[in-house]
Design a protein around this ligand. Structure first.
Ligand code: IMP
Ligand code: MG
Length: 187
């Protein structure tokens, strides 16, 4: 598995410190809210990040999960986002939702989810992403909390996959382009 990684972009230690500083900001921002904080992870990519993040937020909170359509085997988004399962709760007007995502690329996924949750009547909706590729944005979407901006490279590990593999790597690495069928680079 490690043979498929070109470079380690973010080490385990860096991930820990990024997560800790995001959790600190989030805690500060939500500590005085009178609403229920619901941390909503998008499956499957946000699983590891979500698990580490919530352990560092010392506030009463609830966890929910949603699944939206994935890339499958491609490394570029189709732009079509399907909600495969939604949150089943009826108290959205009483909750502050913090959507947790692994990475923002075109911005289509998070902007669609935020519109959907607002339309369902959530008291507030904010977003937290571990990684952001701002150069790839197709829609005007600005996340509230960003762990790290990264260049336009396809990355895997710490929850992020290529064709469902590599999620279990403890770091974030750049996948060798030849793994997804692109010609090898001369370097
Ligand atoms: P967006 O809708 O284009 O912003 O895409 C966001 C989704 O694309 C994320 O939830 C990831 O599942 C996937 N994605 C985007 N870039 C990468 C990447 O570099 N590695 C793995 N998944 C990615
Ligand atoms: Mg994803």
């Amino acid at each position: 598995m490690e043979n498929s990684i070109k470079t380690i972009l973010i080490s385990e230690e860096e991930i820990k410190s990024i997560t800790a500083s995001l959790a600190e900001k989030i805690t500060e921002d939500y500590k005085n809210s009178d609403k229920t904080l619901v941390v909503l992870g998008l499956l499957k990519g946000s699983l590891l990040f979500m698990a580490d993040l919530i352990q560092r937020i010392p506030l009463p909170l609830e966890v929910e999960l949603m699944k939206v359509s994935s890339y499958g085997k491609a490394t570029v988004s189709t732009g079509i986002i399907n909600i495969q399962f939604d949150i089943a709760r009826t108290d959205l007007s009483e909750v502050d939702i913090l959507v947790v995502e692994d990475i923002i690329d075109s911005g289509n996924t998070l902007s669609r989810i935020c519109t959907h949750l607002s339309e369902r009547g959530a008291a507030s909706v904010k977003t937290c992403t571990l990684l952001d590729k701002p150069s790839r944005r197709e829609v005007n979407f600005i996340p509230d909390y960003v762990g790290r901006e990264i260049p336009d490279e396809f990355v895997v590990g710490y929850g992020l996959d290529y064709d469902e593999k590599y999620r279990n790597l403890p770091y974030i690495g750049i996948l060798k382009p030849e793994v997804y069928g692109a010609p090898a680079e001369n370097s």
